[in-house]
Ligand binder design. Structure first.
Ligand code: B4P
Length: 184
């Protein structure tokens, strides 16, 4: 099973990804987690990424694609879930090319539908370094401009499914399992 989780920052991708990968025993690939690990280890890449993440921007496609390519070649035979990637059209196009080469196309893209008022409340409550009000606003602007066009990109390919991302975490997980059980 090969899945993408698509949605605005704070729409619950990371929260649901943990449940889904435990339920289906597939690999979890989160570009946010990979970048935060680089920041924590204080690598050169991490130092560059931290400034961008704290300002609410997107880390460059080259850096993110390099990290993803490495992970996809490592341990993806039993399936994977991409969480927070792709976030731009060039990332989506490069991913398609990589997966075609590996013979492992995406089965389904789950889009989390959550309004921005709810997102602002959730992220302000979380208090991560990049969760200040100004940074969240910037992240939502970047999302609108660069990531939201992926909804139409995957709709056109015919594999986008929308999930209402508001409500109890467990109820949202059940909605997702219903969709994924159908493609298993
Ligand atoms: P990410 O780590 O991807 O983080 P996110 O978008 O903020 O969070 P997510 O949607 O996973 O929400 P979560 O479940 O945590 O990105 C961080 C930064 O890394 C980006 O801004 C960017 O700079 C960089 N980056 C990452 N990937 C990149 C890429 N591909 N290209 C370029 N740059 C990249 O949930 C948020 C909160 O809501 C939590 O506190 C959670 O407890 C709560 N919550 C979840 N579900 C809920 C529910 N149903 N009800 C109430 N609260 C809920």
């Amino acid at each position: 099973m090969r899945i993408i989780l698509l949605g605005a920052p704070g729409s619950g991708k990371g929260t649901q990804a943990e449940k889904i990968v435990n339920h289906y025993k597939i690999n979890h690939i989160s570009t946010g987690d990979l970048l935060r690990a680089e920041v924590a280890a204080n690598t050169e890449l991490g130092v560059q990424a931290k400034a961008i993440m704290d300002a609410g921007g997107l880390v460059s496609d080259d850096i993110v694609l390099g990290m993803i390519e490495k992970r996809l070649q490592e341990d993806t035979a039993q399936g994977f879930m991409l969480d927070g990637f792709p976030r731009t059209l060039p990332q989506a196009q490069s991913l398609d090319a990589m997966l075609t080469q590996l013979g492992q196309p995406i089965d389904i893209v789950i889009f989390f539908d959550v309004d921005y008022g709810e997102i602002m409340q959730r992220l302000l409550a979380r208090k991560r370094a990049d969760d200040t009000e100004a940074t969240i606003r910037k992240r939502l602007e970047v999302y609108e401009a660069q990531t939201a066009p992926l909804i139409d990109y995957y709709k056109a390919k015919g594999n986008l499914r929308t999930v209402q991302g508001v409500g109890e975490v467990e109820a949202i997980a059940q909605r997702i399992y219903q969709i994924l059980d159908d493609i298993r």
